[in-house]
Design a protein around this ligand. Structure first.
Ligand code: ACO
Length: 309
């Protein structure tokens, strides 16, 4: 049996591919691209929520938000570690993101304008992320799949705290209800865009599905998210900003309107509302953190002879 055949057999039998196993070069590159982008999304995703840490309406909300933002940093670190098992350096991946040569999720290029946005991000954005990531717990590359298991548990907490914050607003004053509806109106469509282009326009899907890196197409996961979420919107007494949305009794699925793909393409191309601001914030943090990295390295070097002794 050739190495290629052995690899294909493992994929067929759903035996995880591990770092020491032979793998096609294109499989390795696809994983580095996807895991790297995923890691960048976690790290850039800290910014819109970090914006509200100093303005959370109570100590309880601040503690929850702080924990959530720290979790996102942890997710980024697991994912960079998973990418490194494929033979790339995290510094290179990170530099590519800072230079705008690697993508991160479109959703984090939208601003957080009011407190309800923070609840809605937890509920809708982390909710969409879970739908995508639960599927990735069965992805074919072992380190990525294992990282996803822990990440999903934490995302589940994020989603619930977001829904709970929204439920409080939904039961609050008319102004609070209005603020919540406004946040839903702004985040609904960008949340649907998180799943990527329609399957017909997704250049990577067919091969990633064949390699079982992706377990479902973009459209199927998006539909799953809409089906899960519309009843939750209704439970809160809010509405979905989509005049075409309706339940199809026959299939049991919600049919929804056309996504604004031009907006999606613009944001992915770096021309969204906050793209420049996000990258500038990450570049500044990287530059201003140089002394911390140098100090940590110097300390590690100093410890080496002591550890070897
Ligand atoms: N934002 C930015 N870029 C996107 C998005 C998006 N929402 N959706 C798709 N793209 C990019 C793809 O990265 C790809 O670009 P590339 O070839 O230059 O890398 C291009 O658009 C075409 O899309 P697809 O062929 O469908 O790409 P892919 O097969 O990688 O599927 C998907 C995209 C579904 C996002 C996949 O990469 C994935 O599941 N990633 C892991 C999950 C993830 O990254 N989540 C991040 C947000 S969740 C969070 O951080 C809380």
């Amino acid at each position: 049996m050739t190495e290629q055949q052995r690899f294909e057999e493992r994929i067929r039998q759903e035996t995880a591919i591990e770092p020491q196993d032979w793998m096609p070069e294109a499989y390795r590159k696809t994983l580095i691209r996807q895991i790297g982008q995923h890691a960048h999304s976690e790290i850039v995703g800290m910014l819109p929520e970090g914006n509200w840490l100093t303005r959370a309406p109570s100590l309880r909300r601040k503690a929850i938000l702080l924990a959530k933002v720290q979790d996102e940093a942890g997710h980024g670190l697991y994912l960079y570690s998973a990418a490194e098992t494929l033979g790339c350096a995290r510094e290179d991946l990170y530099q590519k993101m800072l230079d705008g040569k690697m993508k991160y999720s479109s959703i984090f290029n939208y601003p957080t304008l009011n407190w309800a946005d923070i609840g809605v991000i937890g509920w809708l954005v982390d909710g969409a992320a879970i739908v995508n990531q639960v599927a990735l717990c069965r992805t074919s590359y072992g380190p990525y799949a294992r990282a996803m298991v822990k990440i999903c548990k934490e995302e589940s907490f994020h989603q619930r705290q977001g829904f709970e914050a929204c439920a409080v607003l939904a039961n609050g004053s008319p102004e609070q209800r209005q603020m919540l509806q406004d946040a839903i109106n702004r985040f609904w469509w960008p949340a649907l865009m998180m799943f990527g282009p329609n399957d017909d326009n997704s250049p990577n899907s067919a091969q990633s599905l064949a390699w079982k890196i992706k377990r479902f197409g973009n459209d199927e996961l998006r539909q799953r998210f809409v089906d899960n979420t519309v009843p939750q919107v209704e439970l809160l007494g809010m509405t979905v900003p989509d005049k075409d949305l309706r339940l199809d009794e026959e299939s049991g699925h919600y049919l929804f309107g056309e996504i604004d793909w031009q907006e999606f393409n613009e944001v992915v191309a770096g021309r969204g509302v906050c793209n420049e601001e996000r990258l500038a914030a990450k570049r500044k943090a990287w530059e201003e953190g140089a002394w911390v990295r140098e100090a940590a390295l110097a300390y590690a070097e100093k410890q080496q002879p002591r550890n070897a002794a």
